[in-house]
Design a protein around this ligand. Structure first.
Ligand code: GAL
Length: 668
């Protein structure tokens, strides 16, 4: 049994970003009382405290932080202590104006907000490591500190800088990658095109604004570099902390499904994978996106993870800053637990009265404790306490969906055959029918060990390297069911087209070949045999061993296969050469699950999300009624509902909008 990533916080951790420096100290005592009332057992402190902790370069004032940590400890509340490096103070920028980032158009940004720094700036790195070192030295052995929180949301607001220092850092990164071989870079970037050949490393620039379109291979390395450059800052701070306190776990908060960073490269560097998730109020089924990003986090973590931030209600950076509907706070929070979170926290504890986020919700709202939010917060604390035994249990997916930031970046570069393609939309379209059917999903890298899965889905994997392509094809060959989405495998690791027919990397496994793409105009559809339609994409597929599952019945590709199925080795490989409407896609995925022998966790009444976590001794069935109709769901005879503590032999009844978490012992 592997150890838990944050061993010293018991049960399901519960808390928030805690920013007491925004309040007079009289308020702190009330904070402690209310935290105890709500069952809060960990808070994230000091995230934006740099200006107060280091009033001038090299001069520290830890008195306030000493008092905060002391108070937390006296009240039995753990601290996830942050390094405050996401918001350098004004004095730093006045001394080091070169640390301000420069955008693509050559404008240097100003300070006065947060997260405004050049990731390659030497002065920023030095200052960040200095304050990190001072904090680590002072609080290494503090009994309140259960976890270290490096920085805040790397890549948020600024994930790239185009200044000369960044240019030099980019060149250094390239020289390492290409082993000082400029000819290899010219080859990888295809620089014979448009006279871009480089004779000297110093000629290479970040992809600043130019008159015509950028070079995609150059852009791809730039995105990789930007992710790695921030990762190197994270690692530098983490190492300073680890040196002072080797056993305390270290995290930094991810930003859900952001495209800023390649989290597959980041996750192994974290002791605790943690995520910030804000449901979009424009999404009528935000619960699907919550499930998707939570599954991604569980997959990145390879086990339990920590929801470091979400909201109790209004999110000030969204266009309409709406409140959560009745029961939504609870459904959202427990959905994260269902998908593997062992810690649930909010931004933030007490709603600010001043500052850029004064209209953001919090656990203690502006109205105080005589409020719906506070009542919900207290109830959630009790729920999480009742779920303590779920801690450490894991997912049970037999279906994997590939997720790859390189493919995502490249798919969304300019000048694609269809510039409407959005990676997350393609993945979500395939994920949705599985979510509705209660089929558990993991996300995997293309080169992951696929042996735990029966079905592997590959939507939108435009770019795949040779190892990833071989791994996916090998999965089918060894008996798995593989389904590849259109335009996947089109380019190699350098973003070069794979020649000889589309989709290059998977042609052989799929038993087909296409000679031309026929992308669709916005809003256009083509008819499919069987009554469905499809949009976005079509291509002239020729069967080379595969059979047609369905084909177009109108348009320029009438009678051409739109979905194909090939027997490949011991398994099968399907190709969805178009973007079917939701009902048709659901039928395809149902057929794929049946072929692969994948069962839903349990057939869910419509509107009820069903998720399973498993421990050695029990299955925990989370039933969440998003539809608001209520339901009776069959469960085992020896089942117990944990939120009420009641035995529910044979069936559990969900009131509209409610949640049940059912323990079903595993026998034998
Ligand atoms: C996050 C950030 C928090 C807060 C929150 C508001 O991106 O980490 O500090 O700004 O958004 O939604």
């Amino acid at each position: 049994m592997t150890t838990h990533p944050f061993p010293s916080v018991p049960g399901i951790a519960y808390g928030a970003d805690y920013n007491p420096e925004q309040w007079p100290e009289e308020v702190w005592a009330e904070d402690m009382r209310l935290m105890r009332e709500a069952g809060v057992n960990i808070v994230n402190v000091g995230i934006f405290s740099w200006a107060l902790l280091e009033p001038s370069e090299g001069t520290y004032d830890f008195s306030r932080m000493d008092r905060i940590l002391g108070l937390l400890h006296d009240n039995g509340i753990a601290a996830d202590l942050a390094t405050p490096t996401a918001a350098p103070p004004a004095w730093f920028y006045r001394a080091h104006p070169e640390a301000l980032p420069v955008d693509k158009d050559g404008r240097r940004l100003s300070y006065g907000s947060r997260q405004t720094f050049c990731p390659s700036s030497h002065s920023y790195r030095e200052a960040a490591l200095r304050i990190t070192g001072a904090l680590a030295e002072r609080y290494a052995d503090h009994p309140a500190v259960a976890m270290w929180h490096i920085h805040n949301e790397y890549g948020c607001h600024t994930n790239a800088c185009y200044c000369d220092t960044s240019a030099a850092a980019f060149r250094a990164w390239l020289r390492t990658k290409y082993a000082d071989d400029l000819a290899a870079l010219n080859d990888a970037w295809g620089t014979t095109f448009w006279s871009q050949w480089y004779y000297d490393w110093d000629e290479i620039l970040p992809p600043r604004a130019t008159a015509a379109g950028p070079n995609p291979s150059n852009l791809l390395d730039w995105r990789r570099f930007c992710s790695d450059e921030l990762l190197s800052l994270y690692k530098a701070e983490r190492d300073v902390v680890r040196e002072a306190t080797p056993v305390t776990p270290v995290t930094t908060n991810f930003m859900a499904i952001t495209d800023a960073l390649d989290y597959w490269r980041w996750a192994p560097e974290l002791d605790v994978v943690s995520n910030d998730h804000y449901a979009m109020s424009t999404d009528p089924e935000a619960e699907i996106e919550i499930a998707l990003s939570s599954d991604l986090m569980r997959s990145l973590a390879g086990g339990p993870w920590f929801l470091m931030e979400h909201s109790t209600g209004a999110v000030n950076w969204q266009t309409v800053n709406r409140a959560k509907k009745s029961g939504e706070l609870r459904r959202n929070a427990l959905a994260h637990v269902a998908h593997g979170a062992d810690g649930i926290a909010f931004f933030q504890w007490r709603a600010s009265k001043a500052g850029a986020e004064q209209w953001h919700s919090a656990m203690v709202p502006h109205a105080g404790t005589d409020s719906q939010i506070w009542r919900d917060v207290v109830r959630l604390g009790a729920d999480l306490k009742a779920l303590a035994e779920v801690r450490g249990s894991t997912g049970t997916a037999e279906v994997a969906i590939t997720w790859d930031w390189n493919a995502r970046w490249a798919l969304e570069f300019p000048a694609q055959p269809n510039s409407q393609l959005r990676y997350v939309d393609l993945v979500r379209a395939w994920y949705e029918p599985l979510w509705r059917a209660g089929v558990a999903v993991d996300f995997v890298r293309p080169d992951a060990d696929l042996s735990p899965y029966r079905l592997v889905l590959v939507p939108g994997l435009y770019l795949v390297d040779d190892e990833g392509a071989a791994n996916l094809a090998g999965f089918a060959e060894r008996g798995g069911t593989l389904a590849v989405g259109f335009h996947s495998g089109a380019v190699d690791r350098n973003c070069h087209v794979r020649l000889g027919g589309y989709p290059g990397a998977f042609r052989e496994a799929l038993g087909i070949s296409s000679d031309e793409h026929f992308p669709l105009q916005p809003g256009d559809t083509v008819a499919l045999r069987g009554g469905g339609t499809s949009s976005l994409w079509s291509e002239r597929v020729r069967l080379e061993g595969a059979e047609a599952v369905t084909w177009y019945t109108d348009g320029p590709l009438t009678d051409v296969p739109a979905v194909t199925r090939n027997t490949y080795g011991e398994g099968t490989a399907w190709y969805l050469a178009t973007h079917p409407d939701p009902a048709t896609l659901t039928s395809c995925l149902t057929a794929l699950c049946t072929e692969a022998g994948v069962e839903p966790v349990r057939t869910a009444p419509e509107g009820v999300e069903v998720v399973r976590r498993r421990s050695p001794s029990a299955d925990y069935l989370f039933l969440i009624d998003h539809g608001g109709h209520g339901a009776a769901v069959p469960v085992a005879e020896d089942a117990v509902e944990l939120l009420t503590g009641k035995a529910t032999p044979g069936s559990v009844t969900l009131a509209p909008g409610e949640i049940a978490v059912v323990r079903q012992p595993r026998h034998g």
